[in-house]
Design a protein around this ligand. Structure first.
Ligand code: GDP
Ligand code: IMO
Ligand code: MG
Length: 422
């Protein structure tokens, strides 16, 4: 397939980084299309562990070119830190990384406003990376873009106008100290020297790549249920992680997309606040967190854990158009006697016909479970589907049928070689 989209099918952290790393061996370019350094995509190669926040996970394969698309919001400091960390680990970046001139910049006031919002009543448990406030400015048509870095004078003027407005807000509404305009302008003008070399017209670069017969993998961050339109609003992120966002966030038109691959964790996790019908608040949830090492790759926060939700993944399949799926972390379920799968929701004893997107309804929805036998064995060394115990195969067949997804890949551990292809 020449253009494929990878989407998180639940609430993020499904193991997108690992699967993108594997698939990028078969693609020429990998493109991030939304989100920012709120993402944490982990790739383990041998004894090395990489956590990518802004740079596409394809960067670990030296023949792959990587693009940060216009839909991404970029914290220049986080980007430069990530570049130097990767270079320090022997990964080449120069000549392989291209950043869209239309991507927006995260400014210090975005992070400050994120933390102020989180200290109030509208707290949603963000990553604190300034994501929401940056997208607010983008849509309010006040944002500072990557292309602005190229012209120091315009950059200074734009930052000054923004900070004057934000300072009024900080002082009068939030009773906070004002920000120092000149030091922030200086800091961002200096980023220019380090980042200039990567900035380019990425829609044109991608169009040329397609004309040359190159293949492109679009790497989504977060997950469908965190999508600002289709997720569990207001407990969502401020971008479009679903497959539609891959076009608007990269400049690749819908007519060029060949396939959509969903990354689906074999159970469910969520970080931050918001409804989570299959959440386990007992020792089984604790067991999933412990065996699955479910702690945030960006913030280190413990992830909330629960059973697989086929009703939710079926919704995700629908809005993303998922044609094939990679099931991740199947190995984590190897110590459970019984494994539950949510197959429907009910409210007041009535089964719901479709996934509720209204917050109040979702809070009241009760999962309807079917219980399967566990396989009680270690899957982490298996590389062939036929090696899997029959109970593990039954689990996979069951979740595939109930969620309407065709499973093409099964991950049984964090490393590249712990992967089964069908
Ligand atoms: P992403 O944000 O979707 O890329 O996922 P994260 O990197 O935030 O979280 C996934 C975590 O699970 C990482 O620590 C991975 O190394 C790890 N992981 C990925 N696939 C598997 C798997 O099949 N089994 C186990 N045990 N760990 C996995
Ligand atoms: P990856 O790409 C899991 C969650 C936050 C919070 C909500 C809004 O690694 O799967 P934000 O900082 O985006 O304004 O926070 O979204 N969130 C994620 N949860 N994985 C992620 O990324 C996430 N990025 C944001 O916890 O609930
Ligand atoms: Mg993650």
């Amino acid at each position: 397939m020449s253009v494929s989209v990878i989407v998180g099918s639940q609430w993020g952290d499904e193991g997108k980084g690992k699967i993108v790393d594997i698939l990028s061996g078969r693609f020429d370019l990998v493109v991030r299309y939304q989100g920012g350094a709120n993402a944490g995509h982990t790739v383990e190669i041998g004894d090395k562990k990489f956590i990518l926040h802004l740079i596409p996970s394809g960067i670990l394969r030296e023949n792959v070119l990587c693009v940060i698309g216009n839909g991404v919001v970029i914290d220049p400091k986080a980007l430069l830190d990530e570049i130097s960390l990767l270079e320090g680990m022997g990964i080449s970046i120069k000549g392989r990384l291209f950043i869209s001139h239309n991507a927006h910049l995260i400014m210090p006031y975005h992070k400050l406003l994120d933390s102020i919002n989180e200290s109030g009543l509208s707290k949603i448990g963000t990553t604190g990376r300034g994501i929401g406030p940056c997208y607010i400015d983008k849509y309010a048509r006040k944002g500072v873009k990557i292309v602005d870095l190229l012209d120091k004078k315009t950059l200074g003027e734009k930052i000054r106008a923004n900070i004057e407005e934000k300072n009024t807000l900080l002082k009068k509404v939030y009773n906070q100290n004002e920000l120092d305009v000149d030091s922030i302008i200086k800091e961002y003008q200096e980023f220019d020297d380090a980042i200039d070399q990567y900035i380019t017209d990425t829609p044109l670069l991608l169009d040329n790549a397609l004309r040359d017969g190159k293949s492109i993998l679009l790497e989504g961050a977060q997950g469908a249920l965190l999508d600002v339109d289709f997720g569990t609003y207001p407990f969502v992120t401020s971008s479009s992680p679903t497959s539609g966002g891959a076009c608007t966030g990269s400049g690749i038109p819908p007519t060029k997309i060949d396939s959509v691959i969903g990354i689906v964790k074999a159970y469910t996790t969520r970080v931050g606040l918001g409804p989570f019908p299959t959440e386990l608040l007992d020792e089984e949830g604790e067991k999933l967190r412990k065996i699955g090492a479910e702690f945030g790759a960006t913030t280190g926060r413990p992830r909330r854990c629960g059973w697989y939700d086929a009703f939710l993944v079926n919704y995700s399949r629908m809005i993303n158009g998922i044609q094939s799926a990679a099931i991740t972390k199947l190995d984590v379920l190897g110590e459970f006697d019984k494994i539950k799968v949510c197959v429907a929701y009910e409210i007041d004893g009535k089964l719901l016909k479709s996934f509720p997107t209204d917050e109040k309804q979702l809070m009241r929805a009760k999962p309807v479970y079917e219980t399967l036998d566990g396989w009680k064995s270690d899957l982490s060394n298996f590389t062939d589907y036929n090696q899997l115990p029959s109970k593990a195969k039954e689990y996979l067949e069951f979740i595939s049928k109930k969620s309407g997804i065709e499973i093409k890949m099964i991950s049984v551990g964090p490393r590249r070689d712990q992967t089964i292809e069908l």
